[in-house]
Design a protein around this ligand. Structure first.
Ligand code: FA5
Length: 331
């Protein structure tokens, strides 16, 4: 085989192999095999002295053309493979901005907070404003000013959590009545929502629960007004009408006193939801309000109990068990 025909064979091999190479490694291998220091083309160049003088320049040009043409083809093919790989990567990494976003886990309001907010809103619509007081209370505000003397059973260690000899976790929100009446002269028309604490635990009693206290003191406040306000609150709070029972009762700080029960849906059981009454003259006197000029009513409503009835929840402890599926309910 002559040198020229060898070069032609190489050209036709390269015409085949370069365009069909799929990897850069293959192309580098081709480059090395044909054009490397010990490659086939270099090998042919070394045999040029065997050609005739008239052939030598022709073979030289052929070799140069072969080198420049096919080395460029190799570089172009490498560039094409790199560009294709880059485009494929771009296509695969494309972000579809129309896909729906990932959902963030959000919290929700505790059903008792929601019930409390609803009750407060109802009372605000009836002209009550919101008052607050401390959760750790002294004996005067939690007991004495409310006409509960030191030997009263409500002070019993079994009911009351003592923080020290002089202070307790408040056992009811009635302490806020006293604090509010001490803050200025009548009239008073407030509600005080918040946590209260008692040594008590079963399906309808929790050691920490929530009350909404109401207090209305003015020159002409009457028992029928109290009944009207209670009826309005209960009617507006519940979507359905439940049988309501008003019973006479006893609290040291109200006279007369009543308690209100609601009959549970599809049951013969009644659940007590609130205590109320006309503010006892001794209570008004304890905060310097003249009971001959002013009268008032007060009520203390069990928020957890109202929520239980509205939500059909049979056990109050469900509200405190941290079961987030349960706590996503409205009431
Ligand atoms: C009182 O706490 C009075 N301070 C209410 C009051 C205020 C009367 C103003 C008159 C004037 P009683 O202990 O009955 O009353 O509690 C009131 C309501 O709180 C109850 O009707 C009930 O609905 C709720 N309650 C009482 N104890 C618990 C408890 N351990 N767990 C859940 N709810 C309770």
């Amino acid at each position: 085989m002559t040198i020229l025909s060898e070069l032609e064979t190489i050209a036709s091999e390269l015409d085949q192999s370069i365009p069909t190479s799929q990897t850069i490694d293959d192309l580098l291998h081709i480059k090395e095999t044909y054009f490397g220091k010990n490659g086939r083309v270099s090998g042919i160049a070394k045999t040029i002295h065997t050609a005739t003088d008239s052939e030598k320049p022709l073979i030289g040009r052929h070799i140069n053309t072969l080198k420049s043409t096919y080395l460029k083809q190799v570089e172009d093919r490498i560039a094409t493979i790199q560009t294709d790989a880059f485009n494929t990567q771009l296509r695969n990494e494309t972000i579809d901005v129309t896909l729906p976003g990932r959902r963030c886990a959000t919290g929700c309001r505790h059903p008792l907070s929601a019930a409390q907010a609803r009750l407060v809103a109802i009372c605000e619509s009836l002209g009550f404003s919101v008052a607050t007081g401390p959760i750790i209370e002294d004996m005067f505000h939690n007991f004495e000013a409310l006409n509960i003397p030191p030997n009263h059973p409500a002070r019993d260690m079994h009911d009351t959590f003592y923080v020290s000899k002089e202070s307790v976790l408040r056992t009811h929100t009635s302490s806020v009545q006293i604090r509010h009446m001490q803050s200025g002269p009548p009239p008073y028309k407030i509600v005080a929502p918040g946590q209260v604490f008692r040594h008590d635990q079963d399906r309808t009693h929790s050691p920490m629960f929530h009350q909404l206290e109401g207090l209305y003191v003015d020159t002409d406040v009457s028992l029928p007004q109290l009944i009207h306000v209670l009826k309005t609150i209960l009617h507006r709070f519940f979507d359905a009408e439940y049988p309501v029972r008003y019973r006479s009762s006893y609290f040291p700080f109200t006279e007369p006193s009543i308690e209100v029960d609601i009959q549970l849906p599809r049951s013969s059981d009644w659940l007590e939801v609130l205590g109320a009454g006309m503010v006892h003259p001794a209570v008004l006197r304890s905060v310097g309000v003249d009971p001959d000029v002013y009268t008032g009513f007060a009520f203390g409503l069990g928020i957890d109990r109202l929520a239980m009835i509205a939500g059909g929840v049979p056990d109050i402890r469900s509200y405190y068990d941290n079961n987030t599926q349960f706590l996503r309910r409205e009431v």
